[in-house]
Design a binder for this molecule. Sequence first.
Ligand code: NAP
Length: 549
Amino acid sequence: MSDSQTTVLDAVVVGTGMAGLYMIKRLNDRGLNIQAVEAGSGVGGAWYWNRYPGCRADLPIIEYSYSFSKELQQEWDWTEVMAGQPEIEKYLNHTADRFDLRKDIKFNTKVTDAIYDEAANIWTVTTDQGDVYKTKYCIMATGCLNEPNYPGFKNADSFKGDIYHTAQWPREGVDLTGKRVAIIGCGSSGVQAIPQIAKQAKELIAFQRSPIYTFPAKNAPMNPDFLAQAKADYDDIREQQLNNEMGICNYRGPKKPKDPNAAPKPRPSKKIMDITPEQRKQEIEDFGINVLTLYVDTYYDPEANEIACELYREFLQDYLGDAQKADALSPKNYPLHCKRPVIDTEYYAAFKRDNVSIVDLRETSVEEVTPTGLRTTDAEYEFDVLVYATGFDAMTGTIKRLNIRGRDNQLLADQWKEGPRMYMGLQSVGFPNFFTVTGPGSPSVVSNVLHSIEQHVEWIDNCIGYLQENNIKTIEPELEAQDAWVEHVNKAAEGSMMTAPTCNSWYLGTNIEGKPRGFMPYLAGTKTYREECEEVVEKGYEGFKLETA
Ligand code: NAP
C-alpha cells in the first residue's frame, strides 16, 4: 500500500552485498513485501566498492561462495582459486538476476534515518532520495567494512593531483601509466594494490606506519578437473565448513586412497617452542614462510610469537637482500596474528623494483599534504596521484553515522558510544524488530564471512517467520542477556594476540581516532556460535523479549 511519498512494507533491507542479496531472497521466499535500498549503482557491497587493482578474495572461492543454492553452486564456473573482484562482482550480479532480486532494490539511494514509532510498532525509514518506508522489520545488511577511513592529514584537500581510496575506486578504473603515485597504508588492500600499481606507475612511494606480516596467497588458475570434483563434493565441503570454527574446510580435492607402502609425508611441528633454532630454519626452508602461521603456540604464547616475528624479519632480510628496505618493511613492536591475516601475490617482489620505494612512518611522520604531494618531518615528496589504502571505520562506522532511533527516541550511536552493545550481534536493547547481519558480537570478520552471513540471514529470516506465524509484535534483547553476551564476547577474546596490549587494529577500533578500544567480533568460532544461536531458539528465544500483538 502506498501514497505518493510513503510505502508500507513488511521489511526494509539496507545494503545489497552478499548479506543483502541473500536476505532479499529469503524474505521473498517467505512472501513478505520488502524493499532493499542500495547506495551504489549495482549489487555487490564490498565487491562493488573495492575495485582497486589487485583486489581479490583471500580465501579459496570454492568455500567463499554461497551455499544456499545447489543450482547456483553447480552452474557457476570459477576461473581462479582465489577469484578477483571482477569475477566476484559478476557472480553476485548473476545471483541477483538468477533469483530475480533486482526488482526489490532501489539503487543510488542512501538510507539516512530509521525511526521507531512505539505506539504503532512501525519503523519509518527515509532516504536521501526522499523515499519514506513504513516497515515492521528493518534489517541492516550494511557489512562490516563499508565506511572508508580517511586519515585527517593537515591540508588534506590542498592536493592538486588525483585522490583515490581503495574502498571507493572509480567504476571506470584509473589509468596510472606513467604517473608518480603515493600509497598510504599496507593492510590487505594496500598489500594487494601495491604490486599491481607498481607495474603501471612510473614511480610508487609506499608510506607505511605499521609494516605488515603477510604470507604468499598461492592463488592459481582454477583447474577444471579440481572444480568438477569440488562440485561433486559440495555437500561434503559445506558439511565440513559447518563443522569448522572458521567456516573453512580447506578443500584439497578428492581424498586419495592411502598407500600403505608410501613414506609418511613430512609435516611441520605443532609448536615452535618444541623445536631448536636450526629446526625452525629448516622448517621454513621445507614448508615456506607460511609455516609460521601453523605453529599453534604463536597464537597465545608471547615468547613463541616473538620467535616467529624474528624469523619473519630474518626471512625478509634474506629475501630482499637490501638491509635498509627490509628494515623499513619489517613489522615490529606488535605480534604476529594481531591484525587480520594478510596474504599477498608478489608483494615483496614489488619492492625489488627500481620504481618502488618505501617511507617508514615509524621513523618520520606526515606533517601535511601539499598541493604537489606530502611533507613529512624529514622530507618533501612530490607525486601526481595519492591513494589512500587506509581502511575503514569498521563494524560500527556505517550504523553509527545513521540517525537510527529506537524506543524513547534513543539514538543507536549514543547507546554504542563506549563500544557496540548487541545481543549475539543480532539486536540491541531498545531497537525492536531491528536486526544487523554479522553485527558486532558475532564471528563475522574473524571467520569466512560469507559462511557467517548465511547463518545470520537464515537465523533472522526464521525469526521473522516465527514472529509472523505466532502473532508476535516485537522482538528485542533483554538488557541482562545483552550485558552478559558483551561480557562473553570480551572473555572469548582474552589471551589472544588480537587483544595483546601492543596490538592495534580495526578489530579493536584503534585505527579510528576517538573510537573506544574493544574487540568487536566474537572469537569463539562459527560452529560454537551457531550452536549458541540454535540453543537460544530452542529455548523459546532465550534472552529476547517477545511481545504478542
Ligand atoms: P586496514 O587493514 O585497516 O589497513 C589500513 C592501513 O592504513 C594500515 O596499514 C594503517 O596503518 C594505515 N593507516 C591508516 N591510517 C593511517 C594514517 N593516518 N597514517 C598512516 N597510515 C595509516 O585496511 P584495509 O587494508 O582496507 O583492510 C581492511 C580489511 O578489509 C582487511 O583486514 C580485510 O578484512 C578486508 N579486506 C579483504 C580483502 C580480501 O579478502 N581480499 C581485501 C582487502 C580488504 P596502521 O596499521 O598503523 O593503522
